[in-house]
Design a protein around this ligand. Structure first.
Ligand code: ADP
Ligand code: MG
Length: 454
């Protein structure tokens, strides 16, 4: 939702509307619009009649009720059809509001900073996130229990860490509305801490954190390595931990890679550490179907499968692609098809392909260099051990380090998927039984990763 001027005093109203509609519906239909509120009239600028009819028939009463609840005003909604920026990125634009009127809004006595649209219910459980999901539920059902505390969830971006943190908070509050739950990012913690030093208000800063029942801190990589903030975090963390309060953290890297000081990292290691991996095809399809149902937009399973095949590394991009396509189809009044999806999502699909391609090629390059064999040997028919073994290692690494399916990996090596399975099992077994070989593989993996980062 785009806005024009005075502050965001109506933000809580739109936040409530978002909560009722659900994040997906809100992102789809309301966020891209431009709203103005004047003399009890909310005017909504949107791109076409179809859009207007959707909001009018499905959501207008919800908007009116929310305004009435917060302001006591019976408002009128008017619609203006006008070309709006149809760049899909507008969907990501945070809402701002323009109002000539400052309604009174009751403050929540304790602001948890939770987004109510992230729930366990709308999180698709799958093999790639099962442990994190179960650990998150355990944190709700037995908060502060030493076995589940602290809980650290890590993954590459866009795989659901933030979603799970909010889901934990929302669920705790649902079971115990008086619980003092706080969600915040590591970045916010650091900047609040610095502010408290400047304002000489460290005492109230400390009090605020140490009185919590549950602290949900997202993206703690921002705290790591900043000596003073990390020290302060350690004390907060300890105070909560000693009092049996639940702590849930997320990070975009492993605890080892966080480079935390010893006392903090050993505390972290005493709890549960769980990784969310990239979702498999079935999960990606399930996620897209759930989003489709949430936004009530008719989009065929063939198109859903096409998107799920194309976007493999990041759920945020996966759902972003769906919204982008729906956005395009609703602004142009066309039914989504695979051919339209190919055009609308061309850029994002190419980026994804490049991301995937880099991996296989990098693996071949590094493994080839390590064993002094030529890149072409990976696809050749040669079966001598000096070529076959590195080839099997490269196939194994593809199963570990990329999201490619077994047949896809097979194709890259000019082999079928059963050869990949055989190679994978062989190398795995050798890693288990031979520590020198295991160290060698770790070295190769770290070489591959450092090339990929460049
Ligand atoms: P992260 O914090 O790991 O970067 P987010 O929690 O922000 O990722 O997730 C990105 C988007 O993908 C969010 O809109 C979230 O709701 C959605 N998402 C991620 N994983 C799932 C899942 N398993 N089921 C449903 N939605 C998911
Ligand atoms: Mg996040």
């Amino acid at each position: 939702m785009e806005t024009l001027s005075s502050g965001d005093t109506l933000a809580p109203i739109f936040h409530e509307i978002e909560t009722i509609l659900g994040k997906d519906t809100y992102d789809m239909w309301l966020r891209p619009t431009v709203c103005k509120f004047e003399n009890q009239v909310l005017s909504i600028q949107l791109p076409n009649l179809l859009w207007q009819k959707t909001i009018q028939s499905r959501y207008e009463h919800i908007i009116k009720d929310a305004f009435f609840k917060h302001t006591g005003m019976e408002i009128t909604v008017s619609y203006v059809i006008k070309e709006i920026n149809t760049q899909p990125s507008i969907i990501q634009t945070p809402s701002v509001s323009v109002f000539d009127h400052e309604p009174e809004i009751k403050a929540n006595p304790f602001n948890s900073h939770l987004n109510d649209s992230y729930k366990f219910d709308n999180f698709i459980e799958s093999p790639s996130n099962r442990l994190a999901y179960k650990a998150a539920q355990a944190a709700v059902n037995q908060p502060g229990n030493r076995i589940n505390n602290p809980l650290l969830i890590y993954s590459t971006p866009g795989l659901g860490k933030t979603h799970l943190l909010h889901a934990i908070g929302n669920q705790i509050l649902q079971q115990n509305p008086a619980a003092r739950v706080l969600y915040m990012s590591g970045e916010e913690f650091v900047s609040e801490y610095i502010e408290s030093l400047q304002n000489k208000s460290s005492d109230s800063f400390r009090k605020k954190y140490r009185s919590l029942d549950c602290l949900l801190m997202d993206d703690i990589q921002f705290v790591a390595g900043k000596t003073a903030s990390e020290g302060e975090f350690f004390y907060t963390f300890n105070a909560l931990f000693e009092n049996g309060r639940q702590i849930v953290l997320s990070s975009d890297r492993t605890p080892q890679e966080l480079g935390l000081e010893e006392r903090l990292s050993s505390r972290l290691l005493s709890g549960i550490i769980t990784e969310i991996k990239k979702p498999n095809l079935e999960t990606r399809i399930a996620i897209l179907r759930q989003k489709r149902d949430a936004i009530h937009f008719d989009i065929g399973d063939d198109v859903i499968a096409f998107i799920a095949e194309g976007i493999q590394t990041n759920v945020r991009e996966l759902e972003g692609s769906l919204f982008q396509l729906v956005f395009y189809c609703s602004t142009h009044g066309v039914v989504p098809t695979i051919s339209i999806a190919k055009v609308v999502l061309a850029d994002i699909l190419t980026q994804e392909e490049q991301r995937m391609a880099v991996n296989v090629n990098t693996i071949k390059k590094i493994v080839g260099k390590h064993f002094k064999i030529d890149i072409t040997d990976f696809t050749s028919k040669r079966k001598t051990q000096s070529v076959a073994w590195p080839r099997q290692i490269a196939m194994f690494l593809c199963t570990e380090l990329t999201d490619m399916s077994l047949p896809e990996i097979g194709r890259e090596f000019n082999r079928d998927h059963s050869t990949v399975v055989h190679a994978r099992d062989l190398v795995k077994e050798k890693i288990k039984t031979d520590p020198f070989f295991s160290a060698e593989i770790n070295q190769i993996i770290s070489d591959i990763k450092s090339v990929d980062k460049k």
